[in-house]
Write a protein that binds this ligand. Sequence first.
Ligand SMILES: *Cc1c(COP(=O)(O)O)cnc(C)c1O
Length: 410
Amino acid sequence: MQLTDLLMNEGLAQHGGPKTVTSTFSWPLYDDTEVEAVAAVVRSGAWGNPDCAGLVAQFEQEFAAYCGSKYAVSCVNGSVSLRLALIACGVKPGDEVIVPPYTFIATASTVVEANCVPVFVDIDPDTYNLDPRAIEAAITERTRAIIPVHFGGQACDMDAILDIARRHNLRVIEDAAHAHGAEYKGKKLGTWGNVGSFSFQSSKNLTAGEGGIVVTDDDELYALMNSLRNVGRIEGGQWYDHYNPGCNYRITQMQAVLLSAQLQRLEEQTLRRDENGRYLNELLTPIDGITPLTRGHGETLHCYHLYIFKYDKSHFNGLPKNEFVERLAAEGVPCFRGYPHPLYRQPLFQQKNFMCYALPESVDYSQVLCPVAERACAEEAVWILQHAMLGTRQDMEAFAEAIRKVQRLS
Ligand SMILES: *Cc1c(COP(=O)(O)O)cnc(C)c1O
């Protein structure tokens, strides 16, 4: 073949060659059902619901039923939902809360907002979830809670985490922002700990643009979170009587109906991503230098908010991860290099920019090192985004082919 042919037919898309993946993937997915539901609320004039009743309560009941939990309390986003859970769980200033370092900032920054100390515990290299083997060593007499994150939609080892929590009398708040509809041992994520917290931000598997929700089976936690999200009002109380230090964290009725409609699509989408993820594992495992995160840790349904594989540049002619990801994205795979650093490296923690929050002087994040999270950020982790996991089997085959092409031409 002539060099020009090679460039035309086989060259990297980054260098002007044809893209391997020709499908496009959009998100969110909706039709007239969503448009009409929102339009009906707009026409009704009842855009807000200061009582958290009506359409907001209706969505909460639907979501609680879907998860199999007794209660759900919606709120403005998946950060505030973590905050509601932490405060309701009774954390006090200076208490320690165990979090993973490989997650979105909110998992740890809400701990700071609650005047508590995030303690970072490394992740398991097979799943990128909080490593239960490392949790116990991090527990002190000030530890009050653990926030396991079901990263990318894969279940944490909840049996091990709940066992540790029971033995040390700790609260468990599941950060299920990636895990709507996913299951561990046949039971929905978010329903294993004391509280489960979800986000409805635009990128999440269930979205209304913004929004969040907590689920719980505990009557007291429910009453407190319900009060905290509605300016400290209590059930049966007067309109201008405020009992708890909450704010107005309520969602609109437009969000509520959008979420009700989107919830109808969630089960089918979750099953499709799970099936595509299993297939992509089969396709990628034989490729040298590509190792998908492993399954078989109790997750009976993985919702693949992120499909994650580990990249080893030594099988790609030394191509750095970020350059690999750019080439793969140019081939049409909706992918991302993920977090650049473990959370403790963020200026927030390194400089302890905690504003008025009362953290002990002794806390020093410059000494924290979680090697698995470091490696994931710097060298290893590549994410394929959830909306791409809603594609066809042929799309999964095209993703694998794109990786092989980048390997051949690097
Ligand atoms: C998105 C996300 C959150 C926060 O959700 P917002 O709705 O954006 O506030 C919390 N934890 C994790 C792991 C997330 O990915």
